[in-house]
Design a protein around this ligand. Structure first.
Ligand code: BGC
Length: 740
């Protein structure tokens, strides 16, 4: 009897909870909409246009002299780069105490991979194939930024990049839409949580919408031109994942897309984003991208640029001031409507309300410094860098090194460089806080080990003056570790390159050290794939350490000396030579797939068609065996699902993580399909000798594509499913989809 009563009570509770919670949400939503309406009714046109304006502060975080006056008049709704609790509070007080309507200012900043504690560059973090790591780093970044007055980050950067010449490949998750979507979700959740008004969260911004990474020739800001199918299947998915995860804002990009620049593109900004995806946050333009519509040749002049961007769906203008300056005349001439302006203001105010900015406009100045770069934040940065490194080669177990070696030569322009591990977007990170590889190695080895250091050369320039010293210390040591790659200014925005070779005399330095006959380990510190075939062929071990953030040096030492078993996998294909670019794993097949002894097949005369390293590749200090691929059924319906399972066994002598990857291929379809598409991955930990069954669930829905009628469809027919440790070494099985 008692249990029956309890069951009834429980049921009543469940029903009440289910019916009440949406009501609570709806009523607070309608409350917000009411407040927005009330504010809008009181705003002058100038004040409305003021909310659409974002202006830049100074690099050091201070605001510009004109900002207080503009804010007092209600003519500036947001800033970028103004940061620090004191600076932001000072400006916010003008808005809250001295302006007519007391609408708080929204402070934005590029918190790309850390605020003060800098984490590995996003491309490195994606190499962990561990979205939880990205969620952790972005949530720490959010906390630090928030304590410094920042309420909004221009991240995550979600551009798929198939071209390593493009310097901004460093900022994203690489070439794959499935991996990109997983990291997009994780990063949005990390920054925003489930409620970005929480005291340790900030608003995120999905950028750059869209296809910015497909820039022709890898030259930044250049034109992109592609089919709608490619756009929807390759470039959209990370953005869709971000919108589904509740991202509050989106940034329109710099690039032209199929003849309509993305900062004035109604198809992407309104039809897809708002119509199809129901995005209800706001869109901010990229830096002066509204004004740049004139250079693109879309807008005739300033008013025209404002008209095109606003009408297409840009709500807030970053840095250029055309909405503000030209809005009144455009309205008078009927070229923009009052409704369009009001809607843009409404979207921005909605986010300001959701952020809790009206209730909590200020930042606690007393908490700021004690919350930055804490020991636990550093520990997280180190753990994430540990997971991000990719072991590219390890002949005859050259690595890990013993901590008790008699002597080690640490060589190279990046061995003791404090700036490069922070990458291009280094937030408020400080080079003096960085643990360099030299420091990390010295802290790791036995006190009896002699560690000598020689820079050898710079990352740029022709001087080989330092070679003699580098060679001498290598000769005197048991082993040489050479740190080469890219310095911070060689990656990121406006850092396109026509060559992916090591710059300056770095390759000659590696050769000179290698010529001593001492075991030469190469560690790469860089933000994009590099063409380092000679190194891979000739040296026994190569570690891709990327730009690993504040704790890079400690993490590198963790891996080199075996406290951490490397487990990263490349999120992007590595070409042998720049002439192979674009080279990516999920390409179409051609009518003449490459064959070794057949000239008339799709390949090059002077270089193999294969990459230096395939997508998904990375080694471990242990070995894994993947076997026994099984499917739950030979056929499924177009609404069904399939279980795919493999055995994964650690057949080596130490514990390690393996990233098991699942790919599919649609064998014959109404449109040609990629030779492989990643549709699942799992990172698992196995003790030495341990064996686990790994199961994937493949939904038929995941096998669909945008067809010739530009409708998403799952077609019947045969599919291959492939599972393995990278995109090349795969077990294979087939199944069919049967449409009823
Ligand atoms: C970049 C954006 C960045 C913005 C603000 C632009 O140049 O393209 O990614 O968020 O500047 O710093």
């Amino acid at each position: 009897m008692r249990s029956v009563k309890f069951t009834w009570l429980l049921m009543i509770f469940v029903v009440l909870a289910a019916t009440l919670s949406p009501r609570v949400a709806t009523s607070s939503q309608s409350e917000t909409e009411k407040r927005i309406g009330a504010l809008l009714a009181r705003m002058t046109l100038a004040e409305k246009l003021g909310q659409l304006q974002q202006l830049d502060g100074e690099g050091n975080g201070t605001f510009r002299p004109e900002h207080p006056d503009l804010i007092r008049e209600g003519l500036l709704g947001s800033t970028l780069n103004v940061r620090g609790a004191k600076n932001t509070n000072q400006l916010q007080h003008v808005a809250m105490d001295e302006s007519r309507l007391k609408i708080p200012v929204l402070f934005g900043f590029d918190v790309i991979h850390g605020y003060r504690t800098i984490f590995p560059i996003p491309l490195a973090e994606a190499s962990s194939w561990d979205p939880a790591s990205a969620q952790r780093s972005t949530s720490i970044a959010a906390q630090e930024a928030r304590n410094s007055g920042v309420r909004w980050t221009f991240a995550p950067m979600l551009d798929i990049a198939r071209d390593p010449r493009w310097g901004r490949i460093t900022e994203g998750a690489g070439e794959d839409p499935f991996l990109g979507a997983a990291f997009a979700r994780a990063r949005v959740r990390g920054f925003q949580g489930t409620d970005y008004s929480a005291p340790d969260k900030i608003l995120a911004c999905a950028k750059h919408w869209v296809a910015y990474g497909a820039t022709e020739g890898g030259r930044d800001y250049n034109t992109t031109d592609m089919s709608e199918n490619t756009l929807r299947e390759i470039y959209f998915p990370p953005f869709k994942a971000a919108v589904d995860a509740g991202v509050g804002t989106v940034m329109s990009a710099f690039n032209d897309l199929n003849g309509v620049p993305t900062s004035a593109n109604p198809f992407t900004l309104t039809k897809v984003l708002r119509g199809e995806w129901k995005f209800d946050g706001f869109v901010v333009s990229d830096y002066t991208s509204v004004k740049e519509l004139i250079n693109h040749g879309l807008a005739a002049d300033d008013p025209d640029a404002a008209r095109l961007a606003l009408n297409a769906g840009v709500d807030m203008e970053m840095v250029s001031r055309l909405f503000n300056q030209r809005g009144p005349e455009l309205l008078k001439e009927g070229k923009i409507s009052q409704a369009t302006i009001d809607e843009a203001v409404r979207r921005i105010l909605r986010i300001k309300f959701r952020l809790g900015l009206f209730e909590h406009p200020y930042t606690d100045e007393a908490r700021e410094s004690s919350s930055l770069l804490t020991a636990s934040n550093r520990a997280a940065a180190r753990a994430i860098a540990d997971r991000s490194m990719v072991l590219l080669k390890n002949e005859r177990a050259a690595l890990p090194l013993s901590k008790a070696l008699h002597s080690i030569a640490v060589i190279g322009p990046l061995a003791d460089d404090h700036r490069s591990p922070l990458g291009w977007w280094s937030g408020d990170g400080k080079p003096e806080d960085t643990v360099t590889p030299l420091t990390g190695i010295r802290a790791k080895v036995s006190p009896a080990t002699k560690v000598s250091y020689a820079k050898g050369c710079d990352t740029q320039g022709d001087s080989t003056e330092g070679f003699a010293e580098a060679v001498a210390i290598a000769r005197d040591s048991d082993v040489a570790i050479v740190f080469v790659g890219e310095s911070a200014e060689m990656v990121g925005e406006a850092a396109s390159k026509s060559s992916l070779d090591l710059t300056g005399r770095q390759m000659d330095l590696v050769k000179a050290v290698h010529a001593t006959g001492k075991p030469t380990i190469v560690v790469l510190i860089n933000g994009r794939p590099l063409t380092v075939g000679w190194i891979v062929e000739n040296t026994p071990a190569v570690l891709e350490a990327w730009m690993g953030g504040t704790e890079a040096g400690n993490a590198i030492a963790d891996v080199l000396f075996g406290d951490v078993n490397p487990s990263g996998k490349l999120p992007v294909t590595w070409p042998r030579t720049v002439g192979q670019v674009p080279i990516y794993y999920n390409h179409m097949n051609t009518g003449r797939p490459p064959e070794a002894n057949n000239r008339y097949t799709s390949k090059y005369l002077d270089v193999p068609w294969t990459p230096l390293f395939p997508f998904g590749y990375g080694l471990s200090y242990t070995q894994f065996k993947i076997s026994n691929l099984q499917l739950s059924a030979p056929r499924i319906s177009s609404a069904g699902k399939l279980m795919v399972s493999v055995d994964v066994e650690n057949v080596g002598r130490r514990a390690g993580d393996e990233v098991v990857q699942l790919y599919i291929h649609d064998v014959a379809a109404s449109m040609t399909r990629p030779v492989k598409e990643l549709k699942g991955f799992q990172r698992i930990t196995l003790a030495a000798g341990e064996k686990k069954r790994v199961d994937f669930t493949l939904e038929a829905e995941q096998l669909g594509f945008w067809n010739r009628e530009m409708r998403f469809a799952v077609e019947s027919g045969e599919f291959k499913v492939m599972v393995g440790p990278n995109s090349e070494e795969l077990l294979e099985a087939t199944f069919t989809i049967e449409n009823q």
